[in-house]
Design a protein around this ligand. Sequence first.
Ligand SMILES: *Cc1c(COP(=O)(O)O)cnc(C)c1O
Length: 364
Amino acid sequence: MDYKLLTPGPLTTTKSVKQAMMVDHCTWDLEYKTITQEIRQKLLSLAGVSETEYTTILMQGSGSFGVESVLSSVIGPNDHVLICVNGAYGRRIVSMSERYKLTHTVYEVAEDEIPQATAISEMLEKDPSITAIAMVHSETTSGILNELEEIAKLAEDKGLLFIVDAMSSFGGIPIDVSALSIDFLISSSNKCIQGVPGFSFILAKRDQLEKRRNYARTVSLDLYDQYETMEKDGKWRFTSPTHTVLAFHQALKELDEEGGIYQRYMRYLTNNRLLRQKMEELGYQPFITKHQGPFITSFLYPKQAAFDFDNFYQHLKQNGFVIYPGKISTVDCFRIGNIGDIYPEDIHRLVKVIENYTEVAYAG
Ligand SMILES: *Cc1c(COP(=O)(O)O)cnc(C)c1O
């Protein structure tokens, strides 16, 4: 059965991205290593950062492996990280910090609110031992888009390390990495770049990475070690996900063909606005009312007692769309992503399917 994924990653990829995987590549072959280097270069240029100031490290595993690699490799014994939380991905950073026994403080706000620089500033005043701030940009739990600017400025003014999980936003919205002075930004192959799952990537400020070279607590996720090896000639430490890398290389070309990040952002924004407008016309209320991001939307279960998510899900699947269950801890929601190889005509088609379901399910 053929269907489109309206999930925030893995997401619907193009045929040509899938086609790029039909080659078995050798990992130490020069051609393959060159592809890795091209990807690393391209990610720097997408981020608008210079190669002297920043580098890119590719890391095997899903996005969480990239986040864990950063936390376990760059937070030193004398560091104290302030973690902003407004959803499950922020909480995952907390879990990792607990596991590695990193000195950390949690700043948590409700899932429909964004972390505030003023509150962080107060926490920093009270506790001068804080040396780092970690936060999620697009909190995929709800679809809310956290604001980076003011928090970034605080981090820079106070000389704090700034770590951003931009998993579901990088490539889908302009992020001025250098102006925000982000030290470590993490994203992955299967989100807004529109590749397939298999690795994460980290944009890292070179001087911070160098300074923190001896902090790694694991071998496999040692960010500096991976960097050092990759920097030589594009060779990954340990087996790399070759097919995924080829698909990602193709996906980067297609991002260029689309016109770059801004054009992609405009497409996502159009999809998202259309989706929310049409869903609200059908009576579905979004969970986020302020700071909704352009990537994924959480909708509250409709008031009708008859609403059954599994039934709804199966109906959509049979009609060509797969959506996500909710992840909000306090209310029942389902989520619809609008990233990937998705266009307004897909949203129109989806909304028709939902309209038909709504009519049948709640008739009489
Ligand atoms: C997808 C995602 C991750 C990583 O999740 P994985 O399942 O490990 O790929 C981390 N943070 C955010 C905000 C995400 O959207």
